[in-house]
Design a protein. Sequence first.
Length: 259
Amino acid sequence: MKGLIIKDLMCLRKQRITFLYIVAVVLIVSVMFVLSAKFGNIAVSNRYMIAENDLSEIDVKNLSSLALVLFMMLPIAMVGDIGTLFTADGKAGFANVSAVLPISIEKRVLAKFVAFISFLGIGVGADIVISLILSLLTDMLSFVDFVEIIITGASVLFIYCSLFCLYMFIFGYGKESVAGGVSLLTIMLALMVANFEKLKVIYISCFIDSAQVIDVNPINVIMNVIKDKCISALIVAVVVGVLSYVLSVFLAKRKRGIV
């Protein structure tokens, strides 16, 4: 199985090169951002927004933090481009070769999961190093806050990749874009169902009874959810990953010529 994992990681060599550039850019720009937010133009803009737009310091701080967090998610987001694992195998006809190898289907499917988990782990490690550096330069977010946000982001990407692998075993080679789209749609629908009551209140307030409009800053809500739901997101990611693997093995045994 080790050889299969190395083969899959080699398929991601272009992503690895791009990943190194992105990590370097994220580190440089993030350091410039937090220094500017503390001493430079961004600090001046924040004070202007507090004075002119009636925003609290917490609102402005969360707005700057969200911008920084979204930018820092780029190294982890690189893991989402795992379609190459299946595209390369399909073009090379590797399924015909793997069928005669003395490796069980369970291990062949597991190799796919281990490959993207390894890539995800590298992205998480890079973000943690960047977070440690930034936490020493700014009080915008503490190192613990950074880690919680990284866990949430990594969990979401893990869920996406797990679902992507599952849908690839359903749709087959050549349907990578379909598998990616359906994976995103599944996550969006799950989030909508899990937050149905909140969405219902917001919908009623905005479109039916404007008198019930809730005076809540959505930026603050997003930041609180990202930080406070990291353990829940991690648990869901593990459950989804295990279920996706089990179903992928079942499909791989039923539909030969995929892995």
